[in-house]
Design a protein around this ligand. Sequence first.
Ligand SMILES: C[S@@+](CC[C@H](N)C(=O)[O-])C[C@H]1O[C@@H](n2cnc3c(N)ncnc32)[C@H](O)[C@@H]1O
Length: 409
Amino acid sequence: MKVKIEKLDHQGRGIARSEGLTIFVENALPEEVVEIELTKTKKKIAEARVIKWIQKSKNRVLPKCPYYDKCGGCHLMHLNIEEQNFYKEQKIKEILTRYGEVQEERIKTLIKNETPYYYRNKATFQVKEQLGFYQKKSYDIVSIDSCLIVHPKINEILAYLKKLSLKNITQIIVKSSDNGEYSMVVMETNGNVSKKSIQQVLEGHVTTLIINQEVVFGDGVIYEKMKDKVFQISPKSFFQVNTKMAVKLYEKVLEYASLTGKEIVYDLYCGTGTIGIFLSDKAKEVIGIEVNEDAILNANHNKEINQASNVTFYGGDVSKKIDELNQKPDVIVVDPPRAGLDIHTIQMLKKLNSKRIIYVSCDPMTLARDLKLLQENYEIKEVTPFDLFTHTYHVENVCLLERKLLWVL
Ligand SMILES: C[S@@+](CC[C@H](N)C(=O)[O-])C[C@H]1O[C@@H](n2cnc3c(N)ncnc32)[C@H](O)[C@@H]1O
């Protein structure tokens, strides 16, 4: 079947229409004319792969990664970066205007990633006889020797990991600080491994090694510097994977917060306390909530090492803990996981009635859903998309909401 690709879908696949079908075509770009083979058909929707290109897009580039065809990590490396950015901006506009009822002019230009390669401070390697990443749509592994989007320090560590016997190892997470000074290897196994021989290979090349939650050497954490702040990170604590872009994102949160020194700020879903501590210099008081126990330990440590004495972190579920805080926040920052906000938290945000809400989101669909609900009481002033995940279809967004003036007659 010969089709012309109209546009990209939200996962970076080409969309074509033919014979009453909407067809999602892997690795096909807008304007391309391709010969396809259907791989799955369900009522009026089909998936397909390209057999032959009849006309290629001028925006197509040769992916630099030798594993790109198989590896499931990246989705857009065959598209030049300018067009990747354009696609991301259009995607956010489409989702937020359509599902979130956000006015298009409120959505700003995407903040670009100045370091489109070697930017990720974390890699999750899967191990099953081979060491690498999951293949596209599969739990099979593509063995890799280096990755073009992870920090060079992680590639350096990968070379040492490749020297290990992989028997009984199931997963290896590697994290590095942006300057490469701190790094950790976190291993999971399903049987005995020789900790001593792993230690011998890795010692001197990583600052800490953890096997099945036991610290084999080092202090079990790494430290990341962001401007004048330092953050301790444990293996299970969330931390933005693109440090340089995360600094820009937090600066946008600070700008949107418009702090004067008098404000009480809530930092909900605070992780290791990054946003709250970033804002603490300009706020009267900051209160953070986080459910992950390791992250809250990091957050409390980070409060100390950054001398942020006006910050208090509470461990617990936001939707429960928020009821217990007896404060009247002026600014609330929310940075939930992909699932977005639950309905009770949305109701509480409306009840708390803070002047501003800043919503940081890694999932535009749940962001759109939540913004629609919040618009009863809040006006969407501005949304800034950030490219934290170049070569993938993911986009991070920071959104400023301001309380509406509601006249009570
Ligand atoms: C996207 S991360 C944001 C972390 C932090 N703001 C940052 O920038 O590093 C979301 C965080 O929410 C936490 N989390 C998930 N569900 C939660 C809940 N119901 N209550 C509190 N925290 C939650 C996760 O553990 C994670 O640390």
